[in-house]
Design a protein around this ligand. Sequence first.
Ligand code: 4AD
Ligand code: MG
Length: 467
Amino acid sequence: MDLRRVEIKDLFTEKAKTMVGSQVRVKGWVRTKRGNKNVAFIALNDGSTINNIQVVADVVNFDEELLKKITTGASLCVDGNLVESMGKGQNVEIQATRIELYGEADVNTFPLQKKGHSMEFLREIAHLRPRTNTFGAVLRIRHNMAFAIHKYFNDKGFFYWHSPLITASDCEGAGEMFQVTTLDQENLPRNEQGKIDYSQDFFGESTFLTVSGQLEGELGATSIGKIYTFGPTFRAENSNTPRHLAEFWMIEPEMAFYDIKDNMDLAEDFIKYLVRYALENCKDDVEFLNKMYDNTLIDRLNFVISHDFIRLGYTEAIDILLASGHKFDVQVKWGMDLQSEHERFLVEQHFKCPVILTDYPKEIKSFYMKQNDDGKTVRAMDVLFPQIGEIIGGSEREESYDKLLTRMKEIGMNLEHYQWYLDTRRFGTVPHSGFGLGFERLLLFVTGMTNIRDVIPFPRYPKNATF
Ligand code: 4AD
Ligand code: MG
């Protein structure tokens, strides 16, 4: 009889009990093998779930050579009887009748021989780490969060908007962009002033990988109303921190007719939806991470969905930090860009709750933010989270053509370059707002991982792009 393969996750459902007594086929990788001279117990995993199915093989029924080759990391196809399990913590197991070895994993060279490797070690073998329990759990949660993001916005009537990855504009104005060029680097064309002649480059001007899809996203909001982007963004900042990647994914909703309050309400509702989704739909993986890595994870997730975020102005936050008497590495004063130590102090020690900070000094924020009447601050909003610091950055946008133009001139932007953007304010301008959620920062929070390089399959950071 030709058996149909079942995925291991399906053997951990209620329905699996009705399959007891029947023949099944499973395929997967060996997590562990133990046993004695009579019987071998093989824990098999196919990536569909954190759970391993136990395969029981009576030694007399199998070739000795074959059994020897069934070691941690080897890949198998197993046919057998599904039986109720005597062992604790599992309902069913497979009494093997036939085992086919797909691929061996040499005990002397397979790097994931034992359990409990450090995250640092696993980063060195990033091509193999998805085979570990931890990364399996993280990557399944990553998928579920991506799906939930699309579901959330689709259910709310937002349109998925594709901003370009190659761009000639610098949204955040920080100049930390990767250049995209087809010019011969050994033989660059020069103009009369001796400068590189980008008119000969592929796009006829110098271009870069985008740091944010927002500017183009604003064209979406001011035409089809409510959009979101969800794509990779690139930053050539030389930040070797546990919270920065050179290539990370960002979700950027942008909404016409939303003011900063509507924007904050959306941001809070959105994050709570995602955390709730993870608790409900990634239960096994979240519970595994809670047990193995951080036993306060589930409490933290529950806390966030059940509390209102604190909302306060930057100026009040500075007052709180100054009055705290706490000694920070970077001294607090009005006008400074808050460091992660300051953000985390507010969230973890002072309020013990996520915080949305608004109305930052205009000098430390981007040119597009709506200017307040005080002439000093802008209608920015950053969402600050425990363990993470800034998870979302956003604002109401400056919709006045004149004010926006003045600000862009003040900071010396090339106006010609941004005329397409300014035109949104020239023709039928509207109040509008948006924000950017760092996908990997969200994943840090939801998985309890502490280094951002551990929540993306192929992390990109300074001096690392091989795999
Ligand atoms: O605060 P940022 O720079 O804001 C923007 O890019 C706006 N254009 C967003 C908008 O209003 N549409 O970045 C937004 C978020 C940050 O809050 C952080 O979560 C994440 O993106 N982020 C990074 N994540 C990983 N690695 C980096 N290097 C990051 N830089 C920002
Ligand atoms: Mg920011």
